[in-house]
Design a protein around this ligand. Sequence first.
Ligand SMILES: *[C@@H]1O[C@H](CO)[C@@H](O)[C@H](O)[C@H]1NC(C)=O
Ligand SMILES: *[C@@H]1O[C@H](CO)[C@@H](O)[C@H](O)[C@H]1NC(C)=O
Ligand SMILES: *[C@@H]1O[C@H](CO)[C@@H](O)[C@H](O)[C@H]1NC(C)=O
Ligand SMILES: CC(=O)N[C@H]1CO[C@H](CO)[C@@H](O)[C@@H]1O
Length: 260
Amino acid sequence: MKETLPGCSLVILCFLVGLLGVALGEDRCEFKDRYPLQYVAYKTSKAPIVDGRLDDKAWQEVGWSESFQDITGDSSKTPYHETRMKMRWDDEFLYIGAVLTEPDIWANITTDNQVIFHDNDFEFFIDPAGSTHFYKEFEVNAAGAQWSLCLNKPYLNGGYENSSRVFPGHGWSFSSHLQSAIFISGTLNNPKDVDDYWSVELAVPLGEVQYNNSAGKVTSGSLWRINFSRVQWHVVKVGDHYEKVAGPEENWVWSKMGEV
Ligand SMILES: *[C@@H]1O[C@H](CO)[C@@H](O)[C@H](O)[C@H]1NC(C)=O
Ligand SMILES: *[C@@H]1O[C@H](CO)[C@@H](O)[C@H](O)[C@H]1NC(C)=O
Ligand SMILES: *[C@@H]1O[C@H](CO)[C@@H](O)[C@H](O)[C@H]1NC(C)=O
Ligand SMILES: CC(=O)N[C@H]1CO[C@H](CO)[C@@H](O)[C@@H]1O
């Protein structure tokens, strides 16, 4: 991340699984292909209005991330719809804006703290300290239904999801300080037209992402680990609604993981 626009600072670096993995490919001497993507998030003095529309000055001033890619990194599986994000920050929030191009915008889940990725969704994963412990995850669909969770440690080390889904009433979740809004350019759940895109705008409280995972005070030059994912199901139009077809979903991410 950086304090000033063309200045310097808080670089957000995505998580890399397998940095130390052995690359047997042609570029084994460079490992360039395995390096996580980076995005420089500039501090903003004027917070964007979280209404789903990325028309605020804070967004206009900064560039887009790379287009999302298949989670495997397999270039023959290039996503057929575009997804990109932007980030800004101030002393209270990390702001995330994303645009998901989509001719068929649909969502079935309308209540929070469900498994949102059963619908098409947008997700972020954040581990400020890069410790792999107490990382936070957030998912939202085009209807604005959201799910947040905290993972105390990786599942393979016996970690478990702490969320209001698993522990209703006393699970971890981003508080009401998290602001989330969706804008739809098109119509939700109408298969009779061709939609344009949906966008996600988030204000994520810095204190809450750092809960049990402190990377210290955010300053110019802070490096945080984060990743983004878009889950995309294959659907067909049946009368007045969409239905899933058999087969696995697509997982499109900012920085690839190498496998699903
Ligand atoms: C889940 O998170 C809540 C809220 O932070 C915390 O009080 C509780 O101890 C956690 N539960 C478990 C089982 O880790
Ligand atoms: C945060 O850490 C404390 C101490 O290890 C633990 O009791 C608490 O459950 C953790 N919170 C969450 C959300 O896991
Ligand atoms: C959405 O829900 C309706 C009603 O339950 C169901 O018929 C339809 O298959 C669902 N659509 C998708 C894409 O899951
Ligand atoms: C879908 C995906 O790539 N998720 C990864 C993004 O980064 C987090 C850590 O910040 C990983 O835990 C996720 O697996």
